[in-house]
Design a binder for this molecule. Sequence first.
Ligand code: FES
Ligand code: FE
Length: 381
Amino acid sequence: MTTGELSPAHEAQTLPESLRETLAGRYYTDRDIFRAEQDEIFHKNWFCSVLAADLERPGRFETVQIGRESVIVTRGRDGKVNAFLNVCRHRGARLCTEESGEVRRSFQCPYHAWTYGLDGKLVAAPNLTAMPDIDKVSYGLHRVHVREWLGYVWLCLADRPPSFDETVIGDVTTRLGSPDAIVEYGVENLRLGRRISYDVKANWKQIVENFMECYHCATIHPELTEVLPEFADGLAAQYFVGHGAEFGEQVQGFTVDGSAGLAPIPGVTADQDRRYYAITVRPQVFINLVPDHVVFHRMFPLSPERTLVLCDWLYLPEVVDSGADIDKSVELFHRVNQQDFDACERCQLAMDSRSYDRGGVLVPSEHHIGEFHDWVRERVG
Ligand code: FES
Ligand code: FE
């Protein structure tokens, strides 16, 4: 082969019909683009933060990173979940540095001891009585919008949040064909069986794109394609509206070796039985539904090249309480996660290469990822 037959790295190529272009490599490494994504995507959309059941009682709190903001999510005395920017109103010290914990009745700033109630109101400060003109509400913590859905606390940093129905529930509807198709699983009544966190050295969009396609399934997911044989054809469940991938004939359950799963979720309909559904809720949630459990991923983009993924395996409370062995069921998606995140890290390595200056290409079974790229471009340019 002469070098004349190879295309130089920077040269534009006309795309054949079957290919679409991806985002250019800099979208996965550039600090300015990442900052624009924080401003225009993570600070403006609903963001899934914590499992509500992890805030078991008033005073329990978790801190989460949303874009450039640290947020305290906590349960108030009235049982409702509140969220506040984790910034003291005096001189800005970070109030809580722990990832989670419990306070008795207030959050006290470790710097000059301004103290805030579980409702965010300023309740005490040294010499506060000498400053009677300070309004305790207007000098309370800055509130973040809160919505509970599927047992999770969703937050929005925007002053005027977008419609939850049109964005979050809209994404579920687009994928499942109906907003009710997820209701049968009663996700909010399920209980945490296992949580695994993955520190992935890849841009968050690599992870979203990977979740959206199954062109890679035959190559990297031997266990998953055994359980869901149609995935070996390369078309992800997300390729079709309302489609659930069917379990193989010999497969008894969604487990690493196809052995029987746990007690089925009662609301799951006959149509949904023995099927796997996957849903991406932009920008950072990936939900998997199978008859006996739900696998719920939350992504926390930490830098252009690093994303924390928390993955929860949720079962019926009686399954968790009985101490049933969930290992085989957890192991299947844990392996899938490891296989996927390895692939994402492998791609991330090339994002700064001049070979990827103009990006790569999407084959027809990946063309729907182009819509996600358009969604990103519309927001960050
Ligand atoms: Fe918090 Fe001063 S910065 S009390
Ligand atoms: Fe995968």
